[in-house]
Write a protein that binds this ligand. Structure first.
Ligand code: SF4
Ligand code: SF4
Ligand code: SF4
Length: 187
């Protein structure tokens, strides 16, 4: 697609300040929608109801979905609110705020459904929907992960497979970062 005002507007997008962000399969479209809506909700001046209340309610729904508590009926509510906000807000901020939601619902709806029905985030970005596990096949018991765990929930002795106490894990990802043997898995 030609990157210019006309072609982008035709595709339902906007040029904005000219910046472009490239996303991959490692990004979660529900999380991305939440990221943008968090920004616009904070920027809303509050003068008109559709933007003030609409962005707040839409953000609540996205938080519900990304924390694994979403229901399929939330998608209809989200779409209805997004269109209302887009059509009736006073200025460009409120009118553009729902764009990431409507666009991602149109092109990546299956990701929303996966979060709601399977309680999974394939991109492993939604913290509430992932967990960290140590593979017994690859852990060599180097002990590096244990002292790096802020809640001391990774235990094990030298040269033995380490274990994570899931009840105490706060999913900070520190063990995943420090393990040099790819033994910590994000599932
Ligand atoms: S749409 Fe514009 S005027 Fe209305 S609350 Fe949002 S920022 Fe304020
Ligand atoms: S850092 Fe990796 S290899 Fe070392 S004990 Fe922890 S999980 Fe096992
Ligand atoms: S994700 Fe964080 S809290 Fe959980 S086991 Fe790893 S280091 Fe500890």
């Amino acid at each position: 697609m030609e990157v210019d005002f006309g072609p982008l507007a035709k595709a339902g997008s906007i040029m904005g300040s000219g910046g472009m962000i490239v996303l991959s399969e490692e990004d979660c479209m529900v999380d991305i929608s939440k990221f943008y809506l968090t920004f616009t909700q904070e920027e809303s001046c509050g003068k008109c109801t559709p933007c003030r209340e609409g962005t707040t309610r839409m953000l609540e729904i996205l938080e519900k979905v990304t924390s694994g508590k979403g229901e399929m009926s939330d998608l209809d509510r989200l779409e209805r609110l997004a269109k209302l906000c887009q059509q009736t807000s006073l200025c460009g901020l409120g009118r553009a705020a729902p764009n990431p939601i409507l666009s991602s619902l149109k092109h990546f709806r299956e990701e929303y459904v996966e979060h709601i029905v399977d309680k999974k985030c394939a991109a492993k970005k939604c913290v509430a929907l992932i967990k960290y596990e140590i593979s017994a096949d690859t852990c060599i018991g180097c002990t590096v992960c244990a002292p790096n765990c802020p809640t001391e929930c990774t235990t094990g002795t030298r040269k033995e497979v380490h274990v994570i106490d899931q009840d105490r894990c706060v999913k900070c990802g520190q063990c995943f970062e420090v393990c040099r043997f790819d033994a910590v898995e994000r599932v």
